[in-house]
Design a protein around this ligand. Sequence first.
Ligand SMILES: CC(C)(COP(=O)(O)OP(=O)(O)OC[C@H]1O[C@@H](n2cnc3c(N)ncnc32)[C@H](O)[C@@H]1OP(=O)(O)O)[C@@H](O)C(=O)NCCC(=O)NCCS
Length: 191
Amino acid sequence: MLIVPLETPRLVLRRFSQEDLKDFFSYACHPQVGPCAGWKPHFSISESRQILKSFIERDEVWAITLKSTGALIGSIGLHKDDGRSVSVKRVRSMGYALSAAHWGNGYATEAARRVLRYVFSEMENPPEMISICHKDFNTRSRRVINKCGFKFEGVIRKAYEDPWFGVTDRWSYSMTGREWLQTVSADQQSL
Ligand SMILES: CC(C)(COP(=O)(O)OP(=O)(O)OC[C@H]1O[C@@H](n2cnc3c(N)ncnc32)[C@H](O)[C@@H]1OP(=O)(O)O)[C@@H](O)C(=O)NCCC(=O)NCCS
């Protein structure tokens, strides 16, 4: 099982449940959240119900909740990387999205760092590498990725075409277990 409960100073990452439906819909319908991550804003609560069902069944997405209130504020997942032909045993691709009302508080970075720690120091049979990517204009996500210490791989020009942003480039990054250890020890030395 991939999705186990994880804690950070301000967050609890846990499995999604049916009870999350209303709160999930309320951020997933926001026009600025999904398109940046490549999915269309949810149009109806029944659409959110379907996606929530797949989150629960597929065991690869954590609900991001606030420790102080228990409120659901987003999701973070480790998926098959469609840009590589290797299996999830070797590489998993990280993706995240947060309710727009909670952007800019460092929550995505806190959640992503905790998931990396889980993968590379706590998980049984971890993947060899975590990959991540963002659309060229997504400076917020770029910043999260840089703060986590991912290595820049390069840019695939004209990688995406969608109704919201037209044609955009994909910036790709990754991190191996060894690189994660180097990042963590560099962070400790700078304290
Ligand atoms: C990307 C996303 C998850 C970031 O979440 P977050 O909790 O706001 O991220 P953090 O607060 O940890 O970090 C955001 C960083 O971007 C910076 N930032 C905020 N607005 C910015 C802007 N307009 N331009 C550049 N940087 C910006 C913040 O200052 C912060 O950096 P800092 O810590 O150096 O100050 C969130 O914006 C989101 O859900 N976006 C929509 C979905 C999405 O894009 N998912 C990722 C797909 S790759």
